[in-house]
Write a new protein. Structure first.
Lengths: 418, 253
């Protein structure tokens, strides 16, 4: 009976939590002290669901009871669904026992808001505290920060959790007003601002006093729902950039809206999940964080949306043909990494290998560079770029004609709608 | 004249073989584990290596001095791939490393070096997978047992990870294919070999009622956390190739 009930709760509360896309379990370096249980830092994906997303953390809600009525959320109070709530001890037992069997890297605990912000936050903190103090658990803990929770609770959360996150929900304020009128951006910014301050302060203190306890060592992240309101990609990336810069977020997650409601304000049930758009946004996010691109280089007033048929770096390059060709054997790393078809790893290998001799096209191929794209943009030993006199439109056609996009099928069906 | 070299199949043994290739000017063309059947060339010589820690250490130190720890570890990982002909490839690369200038190990344009990097990468990928694809079952006597069949011999590479992580827990990870395992007794990790009369599958079946509960809960969780609207079987199988499903309880029918 007891076991049956736990199973049912797990089904309901895992199902309700699955729309939160954060899965990261790296970025923290908690050691296993005093022969306790677990450590972090390895960033292991223990399995993958049939939709191809990684399972790294036990991702559940403490409860799906909620006082809010946000249009895009399955747990909204007006939705007629089964409700359930875990006890603190039940979450602790599940985490420990899943962890011991090497199923997970740790816990990602979120919750619907029951009663008020502090009441909810207090219980989230209690789970983390019990895991750390009673079970000497050093695995990964990601807690949701509940907007409106008091600073004292946020502080305690930071002491036990590796990562904290507030969801921005909708990228634009107008969209938020439309779909979640009971929420506002300010309530989300405040906890982020407080936690950023504490994270910075702890880091400073740790430089002087080594024994300063860890405070959310894996930092903060956030998530935005894509395609529920009518924002452009430029809006989304501007918002992301603002939060990266202002609150020093470690990650911004983009979650393509999955239709779950007949609400007229939203895309109807059966509408496709904007998976390609989501992927292009992540690529842009990567360009900002690892490739040295500014957000307004990729998207601007003339180009407010990302191309779906080509990746954002190629799209940028085709708009900036004056910056090419790049000489593989002479140009600095920063320019090489901007060439379409060359990733961070390949760029580093190129810079290392060219010290031993001039690199030719076949060397690049062996290093793992995709020649289909690069050959229009580079010079290397014995090679000049193809069709360098041709306009961007034609180059794009050449590249597309010879590439096999994994999205080809999805794209042709989505584009034919227009 | 080329030589066929036999060694004991250990890393130390291979390092000794590499030392002796230089010492006796062997021009080794085949290096294999003793007992392996090879087609001898008519005029070829054979040479038997007896593992010598001192010789092995000299090769190791030479490599450390010339190319450093990382490059040495790459060679060790490549060795664990157990690929046919890996010994001779390692020999050639060691010779290149020892003859050349400093940091030649980052010459990605060199055929053999690139080959080692590639094999190293696939061994490391397998190592990472087996930090993930190990599933412990708690037996009635409190030992957490996991069975694995990795493509490469990765047990030596994951030992420390599991020792650090499950420091307060008794566990065994057993490589069914290579018929040996690691046993941790809450202080040290030791290599073990099960008696041939033991059926490892049977061992796994002996588990507590609590084990059955969490096994069931995990399977339910795995189903519930899936988003049906985003089904993507190709990506799923790419991340969890079918050959690993055998020991993953969430993939049991």
């Amino acid at each position: 009976m007891q076991a049956e009930r736990i199973q049912e709760k797990l089904e309901i509360l895992a199902d309700a939590a699955k729309y939160d896309v954060s899965c990261s379990s790296s970025g923290s370096n908690r050691k296993n002290t005093k022969r306790g249980l677990g450590n972090t830092g390895a960033g292991i994906c223990h399995t993958y669901t049939e939709d191809g997303r990684c399972v790294s953390l036990l991702k559940i809600l403490l409860t799906n009871h909620c006082i809010f009525d946000c249009a895009y959320c399955v747990s909204r109070r007006s939705n007629d669904i089964k409700r359930a709530a875990f006890t603190v001890q039940e979450v602790v037992d599940l985490t420990i026992n899943f962890y011991r069997r090497n199923y997970i890297e740790g816990l990602f605990l979120s919750s619907g808001i029951f009663k008020d912000a502090d009441f909810t936050m207090e219980r989230l903190v209690l789970v983390a505290k019990k895991l750390r103090q009673e079970h000497h658990f050093n695995g990964y803990i990601h807690l949701k920060t509940i907007p409106g929770a008091s600073d004292e609770l946020l502080y305690e959360a930071g002491l036990y959790a590796d990562r904290l996150s507030v969801n921005l929900e909708i990228p634009t304020e107008s969209g938020l007003k439309l779909l979640a009128p009971e929420k506002n951006r300010k309530d989300m910014d405040e906890p982020m601002d407080y936690l950023k301050g504490e994270i910075v302060r702890t880091k400073e203190e740790k430089k002087i006093i080594k024994s300063t306890p860890k405070f959310a060592p894996a930092g903060q992240s956030t998530q935005m729902i894509i395609g529920a309101a009518d924002e452009t990609d430029r809006h989304i990336i501007q918002t992301a950039n603002h939060y990266y810069a202002t609150y020093q977020l470690k990650r911004v997650y983009y979650s393509g809206y999955i239709p779950i409601s007949h609400d007229k304000r939203l895309p109807g049930i059966g509408a496709a999940v904007p998976a390609i758009r989501e992927n292009r946004l992540y690529q842009t996010d990567w360009l900002m964080r690892f490739y040295g691109f500014r957000h307004d280089e990729v998207l601007d007033e003339q180009h407010p949306n990302l191309d779906l048929d080509i990746d954002p770096k190629l799209s940028w390059a085709l708009r900036h043909l004056d910056q090419f060709p790049v000489d593989i054997n002479k140009s600095p790393y920063e320019l090489i990494v901007r060439v379409p078809g060359i990733g961070v790893t390949s760029a580093k290998k190129i810079v290392a290998a060219r010290k031993f001799g001039k690199l030719r096209l076949e060397h690049l191929q062996k290093i793992g560079v995709s020649l289909n794209k690069v050959r229009y943009f580079i010079i290397c030993e014995g090679f000049l770029p193809l069709k360098s006199d041709k306009p961007a439109v034609l180059l794009k056609q050449y590249i597309l004609a010879e590439s096999q996009s994994k999205y080809q099928k999805a794209l042709s069906s989505q584009l034919s709608l227009f | 004249m080329s030589t066929t070299v036999y060694y004991d199949g250990t890393w130390q043994g291979l390092l000794t073989a590499i030392f002796e290739d230089y010492e006796y000017r062997l021009q080794s063309c085949i290096i294999v584990k003793s007992g392996t059947a090879v087609t001898q060339s008519l005029f070829g010589r054979t040479h038997q290596v007896y593992t010598d820690k001192k010789k092995a250490l000299r090769v190791k130190n030479g490599l450390l001095k010339n190319v450093g720890k990382v490059a040495l570890q790459e060679l060790y990982c490549a060795f664990l791939s157990e690929k046919e002909g890996i010994e001779v490839l390692i020999l050639r690369v060691v010779q290149y490393y020892m003859a050349g200038e400093k940091s030649v190990h980052s010459n990605y344009a060199h055929e053999d070096v690139l080959q080692i990097k590639k094999i190293h990468k696939s061994v490391m990928r397998e190592r990472h997978r087996f930090k993930a694809f190990v599933r412990f079952r708690e037996s009635t006597d409190g030992i957490f047992l996991a069975l694995i069949e990795p493509d490469f011999n990765v047990l030596p590479l994951i030992s420390t990870h599991f020792k650090d992580r499950y420091a307060d827990q008794l566990w065994i990870i057993y490589d069914v294919k290579r018929q040996y395992g690691l046993h941790y007794d809450k202080s040290t990790v030791r290599e073990i070999v099960f008696d041939k009369s033991i059926d490892v599958k049977q061992l796994e079946a002996v588990c507590s009622t609590e084990e059955q509960l969490y096994d069931r809960l995990w399977k339910r969780y795995f189903q519930s956390t899936n988003i049906v609207e985003r089904k993507n079987t190709k990506l799923h199988v790419q991340h969890v190739p079918k050959r690993y499903w055998k020991y993953l309880n969430e993939k049991e029918g």
